[in-house]
Write a protein that binds this ligand. Structure first.
Ligand SMILES: [Zn+2]
Length: 109
């Protein structure tokens, strides 16, 4: 029997063998290692019922995946914004330097 464990860091679903219960396992998609807890009664009931009906745990995992995806998108946007702000600053500094040079040239004569 294998267990489904969501990584607490990247929220990716990891499938591990139940022989890893009580041990630390390496996440399949990030460098994090996490502790495999013994499955609770709720987990066992869930695996019995399978895909029938509303699977709250499955929904939760889907939501967690959505959140981690949107997190990635947000951090990407933040990075792009950061780069744009940096470029803007460089442009402003360059313009100021050019203005100063021009003023110096004008006042020198
Ligand atoms: Zn992970």
């Amino acid at each position: 029997m294998s267990l489904q464990i969501v990584c607490p860091i990247c929220h990716i679903n990891n499938t591990v063998e139940d022989s890893t219960v009580g041990r630390y396992v390496q996440c399949s998609s990030c460098p994090n290692r996490f502790y495999v807890e013994a499955p609770t009664l709720a987990d066992i009931e869930e695996s019995k019922t399978g895909s029938s009906g509303i699977n709250m745990s499955h929904n939760l995992k889907a939501i967690q995946q959505l959140i981690s995806e949107s997190d990635r998108k947000v951090s990407k946007t933040a990075l792009i914004l950061h780069n744009q702000v940096f470029l803007l600053r460089v442009v402003v500094v360059l313009q100021a330097a050019i203005c100063l040079l021009l003023m110096l040239l004008v006042f020198w004569r």
